[in-house]
Design a protein around this ligand. Structure first.
Ligand code: GLN
Length: 452
């Protein structure tokens, strides 16, 4: 066995030094870290950390839950194979909310990750460990999963890029399912270019995921240098209710940049976006209740009783799942029950179509949509913990895109007056990630936002 290159040794040491951030929960054994093939590829020599709900062969995977204690992944997720064949070096796994259900990582069995800008604040979630790790320089890049904002919102709270690709763009094979019609794996990085490199590496059709799209992946050059958009829409009516004034001024800064570049800024209407949060929670809880049925102590999950089969299910699930996951399984089961299915599930499916149509209509007249990623700066650890509704509302601006399936990126947008990072969201038409990425690269190169 050859020793790891010094740069990678240093990276592993830094992860140890910063263990108080609680964002990396497991590093790989040095002998398992593969640097073979790092001399070429889009990710040549780049270090990566992976959210703990994406399978890496031979490594533990817990989804930050007690229920998966002792389980080892028997295979690689497709994204892991693709990262390795592009020369990326995977160092370990990151903290997240249990089964990706949450907005802060406070619902993790490992305890909350801490924001590198202020340790008393959350990283956002659910992929908070990945966002914080990249912000703190523990890896060049990271992967998260985004069901309703779990890549974009922590990216905003930690001041890094975080992309949710178009639904179907990136294979979900090997990602532990939360809500399958929403889940997408997405990259985190410190620059638009690194975000684009990781995106093109993991994207593309995979016969192992039936929902994976056959559309060809844009080449890296297009993601870096596609022509600038002609017009950008701002959904002002949707934002009217309680837009944070500091985020409003970030939007103004970007508008001025667009003016100098000859990009027109117009109003767009997303008339049904106001129903997105309730629609999302009905549909995702229903899907989660079905997806998580497999963690029963027989098929998957730590077995807690041998008494009889009923007790085995009861105890394995009661002891294995945390409170938020239980809340969602119970509400999801209720939503799907025969007496309420039409009133909740079927109705929410119809509203989802209306929200989708809002985006299809909007993209007839604009190339991108601009809005904040999260409604506030990173909140304090513990602040929203007793109030699930307040927690759910932190995804107000990310959820509509998840229902529609369109791609969306958090771009770092300077800081709040408190010194915490601010983020803005750029949304593109279906499969138009290159428009989002190349525009954000121009914003980065022009230094539109300041960080002092
Ligand atoms: N915070 C949202 C939720 O709790 C989104 C989570 C996610 O995208 N995985 O469902």
């Amino acid at each position: 066995m050859t020793a790891l290159p010094e740069s990678i040794q240093n990276q592993l040491e830094l992860i140890q030094e910063k263990s108080d951030l609680n964002c990396v929960i497991r590093t790989r054994k040095e002998s398992d870290i593969s640097t073979a093939g790092t001399s070429s590829g889009f990710l040549s020599g780049k270090t990566l950390l992976i959210k703990d709900n994406i399978s890496i062969k031979g490594e533990a995977i817990t989804c930050a839950s007690k229920v998966l204690e002792g389980y080892t992944s028997p295979y690689n997720a497709t994204v892991i194979d693709r990262i390795e064949s592009e020369g990326g070096v995977i160092l370990g796994q990151t903290n997240c909310d249990e089964f990706a259900m949450g907005s802060s990582t406070e619902y993790s069995v490992f305890g909350s990750a801490k924001n590198p800008f202020d340790a008393a604040r959350v990283t956002g979630g659910s992929s908070g460990g990945s966002a914080a790790a990249v912000a703190a320089g523990l890896a060049d890049m990271a992967l998260g999963s985004d069901t309703g904002g779990s890549v974009r919102q922590p990216a905003a709270f930690c001041g890094v890029y975080g992309l949710k690709p178009t639904y179907g763009r990136v294979s979900r094979y090997g990602l532990v399912a939360f809500a399958s019609s929403f889940d997408q794996i997405g990259p985190f990085a410190k620059t638009a270019e690194d975000t684009a490199s990781l995106f093109v590496s993991i994207a593309g059709h995979d016969p192992k995921d039936a929902t994976s799209s056959k559309k060809s992946v844009p080449n890296l050059q297009d993601c870096l240098d596609a022509p600038l958009p002609k017009s950008i829409g701002i959904p002002r009516a949707f934002l009217k209710k309680g837009l944070n004034p500091e985020l409003a001024s970030k939007i103004n800064e970007l508008e001025s940049f667009c003016e100098t570049e000859g990009i027109s800024i117009v109003d767009v209407d997303l008339p049904h976006a106001q129903y997105a949060v309730s629609t999302y929670y009905i549909l995702t809880m229903a899907e989660a209740s079905s997806n998580l049925a497999r963690f029963d102590g027989v098929r998957y999950g730590a077995r807690k009783s041998d008494e009889n089969v009923q007790e085995l299910y009861n105890q394995s699930r009661s002891e294995g799942f945390g409170p938020e996951v239980k809340r969602r399984i119970m509400l999801g089961t209720y939503i799907l029950s025969s007496g309420y299915y039409d009133a909740y599930y079927a109705k929410a499916q119809k509203v989802r179509q209306l929200i989708k149509k809002d985006f299809v209509d909007a993209f007839e007249s604009v190339d991108l949509i601009l809005l904040p990623t999260a409604p506030t700066e990173a909140f304090k650890i513990g602040e929203n913990l007793d109030d699930p509704l307040a927690m759910y509302l932190s995804d107000l601006f990310t959820i509509p895109m998840s229902l529609a399936g369109v791609p969306a990126l958090n771009i770092p947008a300077g800081k709040f007056s408190s010194g915490l990072p601010a983020g803005l969201q750029l949304v593109g038409n279906y499969f138009k990630e290159e428009t989002i990425l190349s525009f954000s690269r121009r914003v980065e190169q022009a230094r539109v936002f300041t960080y002092d």
